[in-house]
Every structure is written in C-alpha cells, then in structure tokens.
Design a protein around this ligand. Structure first.
Ligand code: FAD
Ligand code: N01
Length: 530
C-alpha cells in the first residue's frame, strides 16, 4: 500500500496550490480529482455565459510574483475558458499534474488511530495511507438536481450548469427550459435566449441582479495594476471581502438624504457590481436594506416592458440574503418574444413528460432542459466521502447532516486529527474572493504542517471547547446581520430536505486572517498536539 505525507482531494484552485506548497515543504503528496483535468469549478461549469463575478485582477493567485506578471486577464469579469486556461497555466508552470491522479474519486477516508494515519480509498479500489488528509473538494462542486417526477421519461436533452458537456451545445431551433434563476441561471438565460427558438424560464424565486458592466481591460490599466500589485494586495488584505471593487461603506444609508442615496445607487448601477456594501447597514438593518431593494425593483420595472412579467421578476425579500447576482442583459431578456417566464411558485412544476414539462396549470413542450438548480453547497462534496475520525465517527453524523456544523476556524474539526478543510464551513469562504481565501488557508495549513514536522508532532486536532467557542462566535457574528434570515443555499434551502446551520464566518477576511495568524503565533493555541 502506498503511503504519502499528504492526500489532497480536488484539483481546483485549492488542491493545486496545496500541492505546490506541500512539495515546497519537501513532503510527498497525492491529489485525487474526479475530473479529467485541473480546474475544479472552471473545469465543470462550461455553460454559456459562465464567468467570474469577482473582478479578474483579484481572481488569481498572488503567491508568485512571476505568475502575477506573466498572466494578463482580458476583461473585467473573465469568462470560463479564460479562467480554465489560467488554471492550466498554473498547473504547467509549477509542473503540478504529475502528482494528480485524475478520473479518480475519493470514496472514503478513515483515521486509523493505531498508526495515526488516514486510510484513503478511491473508486478504482485502491487504498493509500497518509499522515495528513486535506480537503479541497470545493464549496460548490456537488451539483444538485431536484428529484422531479417523471424526469426519467423525458426524451429531450438534459444539462446541469455545473456538469456542462465539453462539446459545444447548440440550442438553435430548440425549445429550451431553464429551471433556476440563481447566478448560473442568470448568466446562462440571456445567452440561451439568443439561440433558442423558444426559452421557458421556470422561476421559483425572483432574483435581485445588478449589471456586471463587464468590459475588456485596457492594457495600460492592467499594466498599472501589475506594477502596483504589492500595494493593491496589501490594501485588499485589509478589506472585508477580498477586493477593493466596492469597499464597505462607512456610513448608514440614512445618513444620506433620499436624493443622495438614489444618486449613489444609480452610480453603482452604472459602474456595475454588487450593491450590498454601499452603506454599512445594508447588511444589518432591514429598513436600510429595503432602500436598495426598492431601487433595484424600480430598475426591473423600468427595464421589463410588460408590467405583469416585471411583477413576477420583482423580488420581495431582502437584498443579499441570497447570494447577490450580477448579470449581462438578464432582465432585458424578458422583453424578447421568444422568452416566457413561468412562475413555479404560483404554478408549481408537477412532472416531466416524454416531451416536456407539466406544471399544475399548463404543459410546456421542450427539446432540452437546463438545470440551473445549484449545489448541495458547503457540505455536499464532503459528505459524499465517507470520512471517519476517532472511534469511527462519521463527519456527517458529527455535523448532524449539516444542521450542527462544528469547526475550529473553519479549518479543522475535533475528533478528526490532521484533517484540514480548505475554505471549509465557518470560514469566510464563499462570501469572499475565494482565491485569496484559498491562498490564506493553504498557507496556514502549510505553516501548521511545517510546525508539526519541525517539532516531531504526530497529531494535531481541534479541541472540542475551541470549536464550540468558534462556532458560537460564527453564529453571533452572522446573527448580527441579515444574511441568515433568507432562504438560500447558505442554509441549504435550495436542496429539498436540507437544513444547514449558517456556514460562513462574516467578520471579513482581514479580521479572520488576524485570528488565524494569532492562533499560529501562539503555538496553535486551541489545538491538541501530540
Ligand atoms: P472547486 O473548484 O470546486 O474544485 C473542487 C474539485 O474537487 C472539483 O474539481 C471536484 O471534481 C473535486 N472533488 C470533489 N470531491 C471529490 C472526491 N471525492 N474525489 C476526488 N475529487 C473530488 N468564487 C469567487 O470568489 N469569485 C467568483 O467569481 C466565483 N465564480 C464562480 C462561478 C461558478 C460557476 C461557481 C460554481 C463558483 C464560483 N465561485 C467564485 C466559487 C468557486 O467555488 C471558487 O472561486 C473556487 O473556484 C473554488 O476552488 P476549489 O478548488 O476550492 O473548489
Ligand atoms: O445555484 P443557486 P447557482 N424547482 O442555488 C432554483 C456561485 N456561482 O448555480 O431560490 C424550481 O444560487 C432555486 O430557486 P430558490 C455563486 O456563489 C457564481 O445559480 O431556491 N427551482 C434557484 O433559483 C452562486 O450563488 C457565479 O427558490 C428550483 C436556483 O434553482 C452559487 O455558485 C455563477 C428548484 C439555484 O440557484 C450557486 O449558484 C454561477 C426546484 N425544485 C455560480 N430547486 C458567478 O457569477 C432549486 N431551484 C461568479
């Protein structure tokens, strides 16, 4: 049986950088990846319109000055093929593929207390051992397709945005249904509408979306960014979310007059980007939040010509309690003659038929259906692996299927020694620029492992009281905001039957980084080490 110092699961941003750092530390490592190649999310999500919504200049690694200099993004929000090329470039530049085993799923990881190692099994029937087990499985990598009645008899083509085919898909001359209007649906819908004979959008919850205002980067601008990257990096590290695109406002929405506020919203709408950071209380005070909601609702009414369709597209909940979405021509799409919006809250989906989809009140003939129904987020990919710590306890049971997530710093969980979760639940992860959060986690894990190796430490493990305190703190921070008040994948409500305790640390990346650094500086305070 092969033995490694570390096993890493996943070859997206997380797994690739983790591998690089482990190698630099002189350790042996093996990465397992289900896909045929590197890229993670950007390998899988090839749907029309897929692109990042953190500006490209921030959505890259910063650990290598040379890498920063030799890669040039073409536009403000790079498209999927370009981001995938970037990750391939990273893999080539650091010769990473030779330690990645593709087309291989990790099915189980059991901590063997007798030898203090993880036994990791893969779907090719092999088992390996390793001192460290590191998850880079991704927060949004386990796609979710609801169990619609009759789907198995549907004769048309089926796609999920998160597992899109590698060959080009043409919707020309086709009647297409898109189910779901989250970030993926909102990006795909305008592009599919432009091709399809007819597009039916099945919307359960209306979406606040603001323009991305994407544009090609001016070469001089990018050169300027590159020349000043260290200063930019230092500024961003002090930010809340990991970009300087729209720093958090320092005053209340009510400190401005209505006229000033509307001017601010109008300017933000034109510049493009999310709006929840414009005032400091938009994420904490429902009445402040309502001001931005009403502004966006007004925009929807302005853009969408048919008032009945506009009404269906107008959200009523608070802005930002579902992950904010950015678009290119989303609401405008509903002015097209070949697009029909179906409100499936009012008229629920009943079942698929061999030739289409039936709601309670109507039937829609379809040649293809696109599931933009999202992910079993945060815990889905982790729970698909049978992870067992001390005494054979499964992670799934320990976290009560996600209802009782307990971690220390979002990096480790008691009873699961030498296991680390990159951008795991209870870290800033999905509410930050994830690439920089990944870098921070990987560097923290790397330093921790080096500390262990240098000091002859066999096992490191979160203390139960540390994780109780951290989990309580996470919830206190979240409960002071509006984020947990919505129905979204943040709490699992997009997946039938799922309930997840709010899984994101919301104090911001700068506060979080300081806490993690302090723990490391205090000899990994809060961890048991033996
Ligand atoms: P992933 O990229 O999800 O990679 C995880 C990999 O692990 C996958 O390739 C998967 O196949 C593999 N894997 C999982 N389980 C197993 C297993 N058991 N065995 C073997 N392999 C396994 N974040 C931002 O900050 N900004 C953005 O603009 C942004 N845009 C996004 C757009 C889309 C369409 C999506 C879906 C997400 C986006 N995200 C964005 C979030 C995104 O998850 C992160 O930015 C980042 O790509 C995560 O990298 P990762 O390596 O942690 O995980
Ligand atoms: O998934 P989602 P996503 N019947 O969960 C609907 C990142 N990302 O793939 O809101 C009918 O947001 C569901 O309805 P409801 C980003 O972090 C980023 O779009 O639950 N509808 C919702 O409309 C994002 O937040 C980008 O009522 C059903 C949709 O499906 C995350 O990934 C691009 C249904 C799912 O939306 C996930 O985004 C793409 C049912 N049974 C993704 N079940 C960028 O722009 C679910 N829905 C960077």
């Amino acid at each position: 049986m092969d033995n490694y110092d570390a096993i890493v699961v996943g070859a997206g941003f997380s797994g690739l950088y983790m591998l690089h750092r482990l190698r630099e530390a002189g350790l042996s490592a093996r990465v397992y990846e289900v896909g045929n190649d590197v890229g993670g999310v950007w390998y899988w999500n090839r749907y029309p319109g897929a692109r990042c919504d953190v500006e490209s200049i921030y959505y890259n690694f910063t650990f290598s000055k040379e890498l920063l200099q030799d890669w040039t993004w073409s536009s403000r929000y790079a498209e999927q093929p370009e981001i995938l090329s970037y990750l391939n470039h990273v893999a080539d530049r650091f010769d990473l593929r030779r330690d990645v085993q593709f087309r291989t799923r990790v099915v189980s990881a059991h901590f063997d207390e007798a030898v203090g190692k993880w036994r990791v099994r893969t779907d090719d029937g092999r088992e390996v051992t390793a001192k460290y087990f590191i998850s880079g499985v991704g927060c949004l990598s386990s796609s979710s397709t609801p169990a619609f009645k009759g789907l198995e008899q549907f004769g048309g083509a089926q796609y999920h945005t998160g597992t899109w085919p590698h060959q080009p898909v043409s919707f020309a001359g086709k009647r297409v249904g898109v189910i779901g209007t989250g970030s993926s649906g909102v990006q795909a819908i305008p592009q599919i509408a432009a091709q399809a004979e007819h597009l039916y959008v099945f919307q359960r919850t209306a979406q606040y979306s603001t323009p991305a205002a994407n544009h090609p980067y001016d070469r001089a601008y990018v050169d300027g960014v590159k020349a000043n990257y260290p200063a930019l990096h230092a500024t961003v590290l002090k930010s809340w979310g990991g970009t300087t695109t729209r720093p958090r406002g320092d005053r209340s929405a009510f400190e401005d007059s209505e006229v000033q506020r509307l001017q601010r919203y109008e300017q933000a709408w034109t510049e493009g980007g999310w709006m929840h950071g414009l005032y400091k209380d938009l994420v904490t005070d429902a009445s402040a939040n309502e001001t931005v909601c009403e502004f966006i609702r007004g925009k929807i009414r302005e853009i969408v010509k048919d008032p009945k369709i506009a009404a269906k597209l107008t959200p009523t909940y608070l802005y930002g309690v579902k992950r904010p979405v950015m678009d290119t021509g989303y609401f405008e799409t509903y002015n097209r003659d070949n697009v029909t919006l179906v409100d499936v809250k009012a008229d629920p989906i009943a079942n698929f038929t061999p030739t289409g989809l039936r709601t309670r009140d109507a039937e829609y003939p379809l040649d293809a259906v696109v599931f933009a129904t999202g992910y079993d987020a945060m815990t889905g990919a982790l729970f698909k692996i049978d992870i067992r710590g001390r005494d054979g306890v499964t992670l799934r049971d320990k976290w009560a299927d996600g209802e009782r997530i307990r971690t220390y710093l979002g990096l480790a969980t008691a009873g699961f020694p030498n296991m680390f979760t990159i951008t795991g639940p209870q870290s800033p992860s999905v509410l930050s620029n994830m690439v920089w959060s990944i870098e921070q986690h990987v560097e923290w894990i790397d330093a921790c492992i080096r500390h262990m190796e240098a000091n002859g430490i066999g096992v490191i493990e979160a203390k139960p009281q540390s994780e109780e305190a951290w989990s309580k703190h996470c919830h206190e921070v979240a409960d002071a905001t509006l984020f947990p008040k919505g129905e979204s994948w943040y709490n699992g409500s997009n997946v039938e039957g799922k309930k997840m305790s709010f899984p994101i640390y919301l104090a911001g990346i700068s506060v979080y980084r300081d806490i993690c650094d302090r723990v490391a500086a205090n000899a990994y305070d809060g961890f048991l080490q033996a």
